[in-house]
Design a protein around this ligand. Structure first.
Ligand SMILES: [Zn+2]
Length: 330
């Protein structure tokens, strides 16, 4: 059996009886790329040589039939024509609009990427929206070199919802990919969270913090899902960074699950293999995301060789088959 035959055989095994069949949904596209472009305002030529036709043709030649493309990145910049959001200062074209149009013309499914908790620009414009620890410290941002964490329980959520309403009103998409729905497990002590817990008669002990964190996360998911589904009832929705212990009662907000397994940055080579075994019990179809950073990333740029990539891709296929939930959500 050669490599190609092995891959085809494995794919047939992995796709038997997927969860979407039971849920009456369309099958997820098989081959997806997640573009990851977080671009600061210091980059002066964003999209200068962009050619949508060449972009879509490259994807098509690689047999890609789904892609996550950037609407808003961790720096807080938008890559589309917008009346509400902060368009990247160097961008001269409607990059998102052109990518969507060219991909759809080639039968490629498009989800837009939108960064939630990490937004450098919003953290500068509204430091009061930053997530705050019990000791009144901000999380991430200067003087550290970590991304600043915004609290989704502040008026930032109104800004996020409005920007997403504009996005789905303007562009025909197949879904939304929301990144970084993270929370401080010890709670947020910004003015909105403190007032919210007082109103709800919740204290600051670990059990109450856990209840409040869950409430805040579900509010975000409920609100953004309704924005997307009002326009696109069958639109896919996924919240990255939120797949934590106790997430089962939020899974109605997830059309599917995506798992990252990049070689460095905390994931490691064994991340996917252990994580997929937990996630496959949640009753959702899964997308596996392997990858390799460019060597120009220096120490952060772990590289995977062909054998490692083959191994991970086969794991996606073999383990991606969902099994029914071990217990009902909730
Ligand atoms: Zn807060």
């Amino acid at each position: 059996m050669n490599r190609r035959e092995f891959l085809i055989t494995s794919a047939a095994v992995g796709l038997a009886a997927p969860a979407h069949a039971a849920q009456g949904r369309e099958e997820l596209p098989f081959r997806q790329v997640h573009l990851d472009f977080h671009t600061s305002e210091l980059i002066g030529d964003v999209g200068a040589d962009f050619d949508a036709g060449e972009f879509a043709a490259t994807l098509k030649a690689a047999r890609v039939n789904s892609i996550n493309v950037f609407a808003k990145c961790h720096h807080g910049y938008a890559y589309y024509d917008t009346k509400l959001a902060a368009r990247h200062p160097a961008l001269k074209v409607d990059m998102l609009g052109q990518m969507i149009e060219a991909c759809h013309a080639n039968g490629i499914h498009v989800l837009y990427y939108y960064s939630l908790v990490w937004d450098v620009l919003a953290s500068r414009r509204h430091p009061e929206w930053l997530a705050t620890t019990r000791e009144h410290q901000r999380i991430g941002g200067p003087p550290t070199d970590a991304w600043p964490w915004l609290c989704m329980n502040t008026p930032y959520l109104d800004q996020v919802a409005a920007e997403n309403e504009e996005l789905v009103a303007k562009y025909k998409v197949d879904g939304a990919w929301f990144d970084i729905l993270k929370q401080n497990s010890d709670g947020c002590f910004c003015q909105w969270c403190v007032a919210d817990r007082a109103k709800l008669n919740l204290k600051d002990d670990p059990a109450s913090i856990k209840i409040h964190n869950k409430l805040v996360a579900k509010r975000v998911e409920e609100r953004l899902n309704s924005v997307v589904h009002k326009r696109f009832p069958a639109g896919l929705t996924f919240y990255n960074s939120r797949l934590v212990v106790g997430v089962r009662d939020e899974l109605d907000y997830y059309s599917h699950i995506e798992i990252e397994s990049l070689p460095t940055g905390g994931w490691g080579y064994t991340h996917f293999q252990q994580r997929v075994r937990y996630m496959r019990t949640l009753g959702k179809d899964m997308v596996g995301m392997t990858g390799r950073f460019h060597k120009s990333w220096g120490d952060f740029g772990g590289l995977k060789n062909q054998a490692a990539l083959d191994f991970e891709c086969l794991n996606f296929v073999l383990r991606g088959r969902s099994t029914p939930p071990a217990r009902p959500p909730g």
